[in-house]
Design a protein around this ligand. Structure first.
Ligand code: TLP
Length: 342
């Protein structure tokens, strides 16, 4: 089976398994796990922030950020196809009691003037704008890299109005490797940043949120309230350290594989690419085959290839550490056969 459903499906490397086995641990709720400390320090340094917090998942990291930044009754501005809006079970409303307000972006990038216009003026009828969220890379836009200049413009608007900015950087390392812009530069365009260790970087679990000392102290309490205070968690922080030290540069391979996959799929009659491939995500429209995404995925599974639906006619393929260049060629051969046998 060649699994292109997500980069979350990667299995931990041998080095990660060994690091977990050997990790020095302590009770992290008491702040006594040295491996967690090491991971949090390394992450904060990479992002150029004061402090960082290890959380169980990207969703938990984003929600802890919303809970820490906002008050019930606030409004959160975010891109209409962002993960925070589409794929987190409305948890910002369920937990933080905030209302999302969406802005349609161009390949994931919101127009800074639209963001400015959406910020609420003081009026007894209106909610307060409590937070602005950005996402880079943008998942639903096909792994699009949101340009640094766009992020700068939005952060400037936010600072003028003293509204905090959170960056969902689940795949920020992909953005950085693809664009050559440092993590620090991206992170400087937001007050807080979440990134995932368990996507392209291959760790078995965990995300980081990062920001000021003050923010992280408050966030730690929200993480505890959500049941995310863990004990000898150095066992899973250790693979995270391996992810940060060994797995970043190789993301370029995933990007190369995605470009090859896209080039090949784009040649197959009935399939059309949706948007440009900038990182490790390829979106393909299958309407030309006279099939829905779900129907196409059943056929694909029949030839031992897995992907996910990303719309009624859209299929998402995500290249990852466990998929080789040969696997990509095999996928192309199998899809070509499928389509020609129709
Ligand atoms: N995305 C998953 C699915 O939920 C769609 C995937 O396979 O891509 N932010 C972004 C931009 C994400 O893509 C994801 C996961 C998250 C946050 C949440 O991370 P987890 O899965 O660790 O909660």
């Amino acid at each position: 089976m060649i699994d292109l459903r997500s980069d979350t499906v990667t299995k931990p490397t041998q080095a990660m398994r060994e690091a977990a086995f050997e990790a020095e641990v302590g009770d992290d709720v008491y702040g006594e796990d040295p491996t967690v400390h090491q991971l949090e320090e390394m992450a904060a340094k990479l992002l150029g922030k004061e402090a960082a917090l290890f959380v169980t998942s990207g969703t938990q990291g984003n929600q802890v950020a919303v809970l820490t930044h906002c008050h019930p009754g606030d409004e959160v501005l975010l891109e209409a196809n962002s993960h925070l809006f589409l794929y987190e079970g409305a948890s910002m409303s369920a937990f933080a009691g905030v209302q999302p307000r969406t802005i349609h972006g161009n390949r994931g990038a919101m127009d800074s003037e639209e963001v400015r216009a959406a910020i609420r003026p003081e009026d007894i009828h209106f909610p307060e704008t409590g937070l602005i969220c950005m996402e880079n890379t943008h998942n639903k836009a096909g792994g699009a890299v949101v340009p640094l200049g766009n992020m700068q413009a939005i952060y400037e608007v936010a600072r003028e109005r003293q509204i905090p900015v959170h960056l969902d950087g689940a795949r920020l390392f992909n953005a950085s490797v693809a664009s050559g812009v440092s993590l620090e530069h991206y992170a400087a365009q937001a007050d807080t940043v979440q990134f995932c260790l368990s996507k392209g970087l291959g760790a078995p679990m965990g995300s980081i949120i990062s920001g000021s000392y003050e923010f992280i102290n408050k966030a730690r309490k929200w993480r505890k309230r959500l049941g995310g205070g863990l004990r000898q968690v150095g066992m899973v922080a250790a693979p995270g350290l391996v992810a940060l030290s060994e797995m970043v540069d190789r993301l370029a391979e995933d990007h190369e594989h995605a470009r090859r996959l896209a080039a090949g799929l784009g040649q197959i009659g009935g399939l059309s690419l949706e948007g440009q491939v900038e990182t490790n995500i390829v979106l393909v429209n299958v309407a030309g085959l006279g099939k829905s995404a779900d129907e196409f995925l059943v056929d694909l599974k029949g030839v031992d290839v897995l992907a996910v639906p990303f719309g009624p006619e859209t299929v998402r393929f995500v290249t990852n550490y466990d998929v080789s260049a040969e696997d990509i060629e095999a996928v192309l051969n199998r899809v070509e056969q499928l389509v020609s046998n129709r």
